[in-house]
Design a protein around this ligand. Structure first.
Ligand code: DX5
Ligand code: ZN
Length: 221
């Protein structure tokens, strides 16, 4: 996939026609599909599990399936999501007391290992594992729901992640998730974000395909 890349989040999709919604995205050139897994404990919402991820993979076998685990004890579910077709698995720093080991465990399955930090979590907390991470997700909303507003402090965090990566020669992708839309996507990408998640902006649009094209266009403008 060519960076920066748009990653539509299916949390906001119409679940009466999930496959169609996903294909409307891939038809418009979206190469990633972002799957938000919520357990009602780490975040105050319950979304879906491995069976829906498998359905998404079936609907778009060529897509890069990006699984975002907003759940307690994520280690217990890594294998299930790998089997469901995940190409990357992102865990939250805030749910992993043994984060270095968790990352190694994910990598053992041959999928990309991502680490997400919430808006109130400092980057210094994950500094020790930045060399091991394939992807770092700076949350631009408080996790749990789509349709929230982008937290502006995220711009500096994206720049900081890019600075550290270049300074240390790390290779993680920089991902941003939450409140990304037509108005801010260009600025978010300019700050250094390489994988931009968009849920409601895509799936609440009049026409999904057109909106994916519009967002992708703004990404590379
Ligand atoms: C929030 C999720 C985000 C969310 C993005 O907890 O991690 O992926 O679905 O949705 P929008 O783009 O609507 O903020
Ligand atoms: Zn997400």
């Amino acid at each position: 996939f060519e960076l920066p890349v748009l990653a539509p989040s299916i949390l906001a999709a119409d679940f009466t026609k999930l496959g169609e919604n996903i294909q409307d995205c891939t038809k418009a050139g979206a190469s990633w599909i972002h799957c938000d897994i919520m357990d009602g404990h780490f975040v105050p919402n319950i979304s879906f599990g491995p069976s829906v991820v498998a359905a998404a993979k079936k609907a778009a076998p060529e897509a890069f399936v990006d699984v975002h685990l907003m759940i307690e004890n994520p280690d217990n579910f890594v294998e299930d999501f790998v089997e469901a077709g995940a190409d990357s698995i992102t865990v939250h720093y805030e749910t992993c007391p043994h984060l270095h080991r968790t990352i190694q465990n994910i990598k053992k399955y041959g999928v990309m290992a991502g680490v997400a930090i919430n808006p109130a979590t400092t980057i210094s907390n994950i500094e020790p594992i930045l060399g091991d991470a394939d992807l770092v997700l700076a949350m631009s909303v408080n996790p749990g729901f789509g349709g929230q507003s982008f937290i502006p402090a995220t711009y500096d965090r994206i720049k900081e992640l890019a600075r550290i990566r270049d300074e240390k020669g790390y290779s993680y992708l920089i991902q941003v998730d939450g409140g990304v839309n037509l108005r801010n996507i260009t600025k978010v990408a300019k700050a250094g974000a390489e994988v931009l998640v968009a849920g409601s902006s895509v799936f609440r649009a009049e026409d999904i395909t057109t909106r994916v094209e519009e967002l992708t266009e703004k990404l590379s403008s």
